[in-house]
Design a protein around this ligand. Sequence first.
Ligand SMILES: [Zn+2]
Ligand SMILES: [Zn+2]
Length: 274
Amino acid sequence: MTAAIAEGLAELGKLAKRRPSLADSCATLRDILTAILSAPAVESPPCLDEIFCRDKLASGIPLLRGEKVTLDAPSFRHRWRAVCEAAARQNPGARGLADAFADPQHLFDEVLAGRPESVHEAADAVSIDPSMTATILRLTSFPVLAKVAADLEPSRRQASWEHGCCPTCGSWPLLGEFRGLEQLRFLRCGLCASEWGFPRLCCPFCGIRDHRELGYLHIEGEEARFRAATCNACMGYVKMASTLAALSPPQLLVAELATVHLDMAAAERGYLVV
Ligand SMILES: [Zn+2]
Ligand SMILES: [Zn+2]
């Protein structure tokens, strides 16, 4: 087990103690992290030359859009089943998902092609909860795309990126970080763990920079640690964590769970997950 996984699991243990109401979710996530991260992903990124990458990013197109990531099919299927099994602890419907999509590779291809709605349609067609399907697919894909994104990182740094979506895979951010003493803002992708710098006073979803439309939402006593950056123009929000250094991929998934109450607070006020 790598140090990053051990650290992520240790934080998960602390979270379960601090927030007993999340104990079951922490146990589920512990099983999922173990299932997806214990064996390193073996996939390689598509072969993209540096000039091509620079031009593509400069045109506002994420690096993996239109590219093929060839999966190691046996390990992907194995991980898919393991995540379904772990998720079934809290959501019995996840067991049916493993059988409904015994070969989930085509769902991965659709997400990478920028068509996440296809996953929702496919789940609807077999009467399985679409958002659960999307989450399990994201977690199954996470180690593959985190490795591919890390391998592509030098190419990605060839060009600046000022968009709200992920420069590597094109997903909307899972959350963001106010990092270090300077509290610089970074957004983080929940599909490939990429990070990219982003202005503090700007909505990642609609790009508005009007401070009258932008605000923060926090839970009493937690504002120094977690906040949600909200936008009244598009009603989108992104959760923000204050961090000393970049969250590792396992820590990113733990932070997602640790801030689940902000999702509820945002939903109560009419903000939407994009
Ligand atoms: Zn991404
Ligand atoms: Zn907005």
